[in-house]
Design a protein around this ligand. Structure first.
Ligand code: BGP
Length: 492
């Protein structure tokens, strides 16, 4: 009745949200370096008439907090020590592609960038943690967007191949779990960050093919990314048969419930699940382009990215080993509701049966059973091991007059979600592990702020960029530690 014996317990971060040092040791900008929050539709880019290209032009009015992050680049030893103290046996981070290939299209990698990850990965292992590496956590080098339009260009497949071959060879025998593209299924709603394509969401460029992408381009990127994903599986296995290559999805959209039993709402909710998650995961996990996606292209031939038979055979031959995903919230579909989204997932109508949510302005509903539902749906559909690589809650916190941060709501959130993970395991779902998102406060992906804190460890840095960067344990630190120590038994 317990959690599995070798269950992986730990936390997850992304290079671009914690490392800082955005131009150190040869690194050049990633796409996330020019936005303040991925929801921003105004990246810090300007059109250069002379070169006929976009180039970086940051907005002096904005705080790009991710440029310095929490200085994990220089402080990771101290942070990993704290994670070890909590009992983590696993830690997920990403390699910033732009540290290894700063422009993305070089022939040879940047040795200084590789050296940083040599040290970081060794330190993770030395502290008794299994490293889980995301190959790109929204981290396409900016140059690839400005020069090639990003993943709309098939050249990206070559650049990606060079990058993954370099890191697979370098970390062979050290890293076993690799995740391809973070939350890549968010590409339809956030093409620039999730799919690494040059999408300037500004009506003035809408019809200017040179300056922004068209709806067809997003499907072209879908094709190129699926080919690159299959290549990652193939190359990863070739270089080391021990490698396990997983897709990484924002799976919250799986828990999209119909508002009621009106068949239009039931089918609408299902269609939302498909176009939020399955349209990407079906081909990665089963090797098939689903009929409901082909239908879009049949009905709108302009959108058809034209997969060749060779592409399809390649995708079919190289499917992923496991499914990793983030889960934050559920949603309610109603035919008369607007379905919007944020980093947490899909937003629809309010769910009157859920009484808790994260604080304003984020207000993400808390739905632990939605995690059990998501795990069951994914496992029933794909029969592949699941790995929860993101779950957590962002709160606005300040130490009290005694310098204590009482985050009992986080502990409650954690426990309730873990109980549902346990239920899913009893339901027969194979689950490799549970990684908390942001075990230490980092810059928010969605809004680019420090104020939205996920950590068991507080970091003294604020939205205006001030702060000592000092680390401090919150009350939840000991709670997660006790859970891990008992392999989850104290929850049961
Ligand atoms: C996921 C991303 C993470 C992340 C998390 C929380 O979508 O993979 O990078 O930060 O959401 O989102 P936010 O930081 O917007 O609260």
């Amino acid at each position: 009745m317990s959690f599995p014996k070798n269950f992986l317990w730990g936390g997850a971060v992304a290079a671009n949200q914690c490392e800082g040092a955005w131009l150190t040791d040869g690194k050049k900008p990633n796409i996330t370096d020019v936005v303040v929050g991925i929801g921003s539709n105004q990246p810090g880019l300007a059109w250069n008439e002379k070169s006929g290209k976009w180039e970086m032009k940051l907005d002096p009015e904005k705080q790009y907090l991710s440029h310095d992050g929490i200085d994990f680049y220089h402080r990771y030893k101290e942070d990993l020590k704290l994670f070890k103290e909590m009992g983590f046996n696993c830690f997920r981070t990403s390699i910033a592609w732009g540290r290894i290939f700063p422009d993305g299209d070089e022939e040879l990698p940047n040795e200084a960038g590789l050296k940083f990850y040599d040290d970081l990965i060794d330190e993770i292992i030395r502290n008794g943690m299994e490293p889980v590496i995301t190959l790109s956590h929204y981290e396409t080098p900016l140059h690839l967007l400005c020069e090639y339009g990003g993943w709309i260009s098939p050249k990206m497949i070559t650049f990606w191949h060079r990058y993954i071959t370099t890191v697979f060879n370098r970390y062979k025998g050290k890293v076993k779990y690799w995740l391809t593209f973070n939350e890549v299924n968010a590409m339809l709603r956030n093409p620039m960050i999730a799919a690494g394509v040059l999408h300037i969401d500004d009506p003035q460029y809408k019809d200017d093919a040179k300056k922004s992408i068209t709806p067809k381009d997003v499907w072209t990127a879908y094709r190129n990314i699926l080919i690159a994903n299959a290549d990652t599986v193939y190359t990863g296995h070739q270089i080391d048969a021990e490698n396990r290559i997983g897709a990484m999805m924002t799976a919250s959209g799986t828990a999209t419930y119909p508002e009621n039993c009106d068949p239009d709402n039931v089918f609408g909710a299902y269609q939302t699940q498909r176009m939020a998650v399955f349209y990407m995961l079906d081909p990665m996990a089963t090797g098939m382009i689903p009929g409901y996606v082909e239908r879009i292209w049949n009905e709108n031939p302009d959108l058809d990215p034209h997969f060749t038979q060779r592409d399809l055979a390649w995708i079919k031959a190289n499917t992923i080993d496991f499914i990793s995903f983030s889960y934050y919230r559920s949603a309610v579909y109603a035919k008369d509701a607007e379905m919007t989204s944020n980093t947490g997932g899909i937003k629809g109508k309010e769910n009157p049966y859920l009484s808790e949510c994260s604080p304003e302005p984020w207000s993400w509903p808390v739905d632990p059973k939605g995690l059990r539902y998501t795990m069951n749906v994914l496992y029933d559909r794909y029969h592949l091991p699941l790995f929860i690589v993101e779950n957590g809650i962002g709160l606005d916190e300040t130490p009290d007059e005694n310098d204590i941060i009482d985050d009992s709501f986080r502990v409650h959130y954690l426990k309730e979600h873990l109980l549902q993970v346990h239920e899913a395991i009893l339901d027969g779902v194979e689950c490799l592990g549970y990684l908390w998102w942001g075990p230490i406060d980092i810059v928010s992906a969605g809004t680019g702020e420090m104020k939205k804190r996920y950590g068991f460890i507080y970091v003294d840095r604020h939205n205006d960029g001030t702060g000592t960067l000092e680390r401090k344990k919150k009350m939840s630190f000991d709670s997660f530690k006790a859970i891990i120590e008992s392999n989850g038994d104290i929850l049961l």
